[in-house]
Design a protein around this ligand. Structure first.
Ligand SMILES: Nc1ncnc2c1ncn2[C@@H]1O[C@H](COP(=O)(O)OP(=O)(O)OP(=O)(O)O)[C@@H](O)[C@H]1O
Length: 308
């Protein structure tokens, strides 16, 4: 449904996208994850035909975004990270205004808008002024707005940012419904666990390039490969550290008193070997454990410095 090929975007000297290549199948909920400034909004704006790439190509439903922007716009609903709301309009009038912008006839709008309000759980706020709505409600209204022309593809730039946990759950439920309707959804965030629950496929972007791409379970498995081991020795701590540093699966060794903290990039089998190696060499290992992996930290570790 979406193909991005060697996409580059330069803002003056700054290269925000460095040859991004990525493909998203129809019906997929794709999570686009990366730290602030990684290039997510830039990619999404290009897909939404609002920004010209410096080079490379992007296609939506087979249409090239710079050559057929009109066709692309019919296919996509785009929700930017910041969107203006019109203070003097009610929720219903707001959606009607956007529906009219898409040349949807009045009779059809009268039918669609109540359905959209229901989908985003705002039927009870139909006559409320937009500026009186909570942040979560505004966000849901923005989502309804991007759906007004029944697009096949939804591009949502950080829709969950600034929402409280309850509002996030509501958003997630709505996205599930949209997925069940067969829509292809691209959703961005800088928080991986937030997306992992609602996406089929994740792409991690760092400094304008993709550093990881795959099904959510595959990405998690990859992240689990990066562990932190804690080893307590009763003696010969420095010596053991030197030996550990020589092992290819070890990415970092630090000392905390009698504990040695080891960055480890191997699997279970290699971990068994590491312990075996230390004990057979006679190092007095009193304790050996795997530190609890905080997903957030591991994610930062995985993306740290990659692509630079
Ligand atoms: N209009 C612009 N002019 C100059 N530089 C820009 C412009 N828009 C974005 N950038 C820069 O391009 C890089 C990518 O920005 P982008 O907004 O795409 O990242 P992002 O991943 O969406 O981050 P965030 O989560 O903070 O929105 C950043 O370094 C940003 O400062």
């Amino acid at each position: 449904m979406i193909q991005i090929q060697n996409l580059r975007k330069r803002y003056g000297k700054m290269e925000a996208l460095k040859g991004l290549t990525l493909e998203i199948d129809k019906g997929t909920v794709f999570g686009f994850v990366g730290p602030n400034g990684a290039g997510k909004s830039t990619t999404m704006s290009i897909l939404a035909t609002l920004l010209e790439p410096t080079s490379g190509k992007a296609y939506v439903g087979g249409f090239e975004v710079t050559k057929n922007p009109k066709e692309v716009r019919k296919l996509i609903g785009y929700m930017p990270d910041f969107f203006g709301v019109y203070d003097n309009l009610t929720a219903e009038e707001y959606l009607d205004f956007y529906g009219a912008n898409y040349d949807i006839p009045l009779a059809e709008r009268k039918q669609i808008i109540p359905q959209l309000l229901e989908l985003v759980n705002l039927s009870h706020k139909r006559d409320a002024y937009v500026d009186s709505l909570s942040r979560g409600m505004k966000q849901r209204l923005g989502l309804a707005r991007s759906l007004v022309h029944n697009p096949e593809v939804l591009i949502l730039d950080e829709p969950a940012s600034g929402l409280d946990p309850r509002a996030r759950i509501e958003l997630r439920e709505i996205l599930k419904e949209l997925r069940d309707m067969g829509k292809t959804i691209i959703i961005s965030s800088h928080i991986l666990p937030e997306l992992a629950e609602m996406c089929d496929v994740i792409g991690i972007i760092e400094e304008g390039d993709l550093v990881a791409f795959g099904r959510v379970d595959e990405i998690y498995a990859k992240m689990q490969e990066k562990r932190v081991l804690r080893i307590r020795l009763t003696d010969r701590v420095e010596e053991a550290m030197t030996r550990l540093r020589e092992m290819p699966v070890v990415s970092g060794v630090t000392r905390e008193g009698n504990w040695v903290v080891v960055g480890f990039a191997g699997n279970d089998e290699q971990q068994v070997h590491l312990l075996h190696d230390l004990t057979t060499a006679g190092y007095p290992v009193a304790a050996f454990n795997e530190a609890e992996g905080n997903l957030e930290e591991i994610f930062l570790e995985i993306t740290k410095g990659v692509g630079s």
